[in-house]
Design a protein around this ligand. Structure first.
Ligand SMILES: Nc1ncnc2c1ncn2[C@@H]1O[C@H](COP(=O)(O)OP(=O)(O)O)[C@@H](O)[C@H]1O
Ligand SMILES: [Mg+2]
Length: 227
């Protein structure tokens, strides 16, 4: 068994609604090993985004604990959590959020600056390496606004990877892509776990993508159903 990089015990999350408390998560226990490609599966509304945002420390559970590399997120200050996100985590979203006025290379480079890295020859090589990893070695100077949705999402993956995070969180990264590009993006995310040793947690409700996963965690109405 490999190192456990993410672990939760008894995660519950309630939202206050006009109709009273709504329990979006009802007690989630999970363990994810380092370097795995993990799919968080479930219908719309099952709690995937809520759980992902608790795992990446953007949100707090109402009850339960999250451990990242053995560290309980409750023991960290807000500033320490921000540092954890910047240095150890990478993010890919459903809607691509590239800066349209920058080309692919510049978009990735910009995110390395945001991660607090000094731009130099080494970081430039890393940008090139990441764009090659996602199959865009020949598109580095293209403006992101001129790229297809699938290409933009691959730039977003290169960007999430560039600062060598331990974990990439990808929330429905394929939802706006056609099925062949969705499969390609999923395959690239998996390949990153093999080539770079990064752990990837991706949410989707697309059953056609499950075959790529090392581990599937399935939610239904805020509960795990495939334990
Ligand atoms: N801020 C919020 N306030 C109230 N209800 C919320 C809030 N965020 C999510 N929910 C509810 O929690 C449930 C799970 O949402 P979500 O985690 O976004 O599901 P998924 O990502 O699987 O589609 C849904 O019923 C949603 O309406
Ligand atoms: Mg969601």
């Amino acid at each position: 068994m490999g190192n456990v990089i993410l672990k939760t015990t008894g995660i519950k999350r309630a939202f206050d609604t006009p109709a009273g408390k709504f329990w979006a998560l009802k007690g989630i226990d999970l363990e994810i090993e380092e370097g795995r490609f993990v799919i968080l599966k479930g219908r719309s509304g099952s709690g995937k985004t809520t759980l992902m945002n608790i795992l990446n420390s953007l949100d707090d559970p109402t009850e339960g604990d999250v451990f990242v590399e053995g560290v309980n997120l409750r023991s960290l200050s807000e500033r320490e959590r921000e540092n954890l996100r910047r240095r150890k985590m990478g993010f890919v979203f459903q809607s691509v959020s590239l800066i349209p006025s920058l080309n692919a290379f510049q978009n990735v480079e910009f995110s390395m600056r945001m991660a607090g890295m000094k731009i130099n020859k080494e970081t430039n090589e890393r940008v090139t390496e990441c764009l090659k990893l996602v199959g865009l070695g020949n598109r580095m100077n293209h403006m992101s606004a001129e790229m297809s949705g699938g290409e933009q999402q691959r730039v977003a993956i290169a960007r999430a990877l560039s600062h060598r995070p331990k974990i990439i969180f990808a929330d429905e990264p394929t939802a706006e892509l056609d099925s062949s590009m969705a499969a390609r993006v999923t395959a690239i995310l998996k390949e990153m776990t093999r080539r770079e040793g990064v752990t990837v947690l991706m949410t989707t409700h697309d059953v056609g993508l499950m075959g790529a996963a090392d581990q599937v965690i399935e939610l239904e109405s805020g509960e795990r159903i495939n334990v």
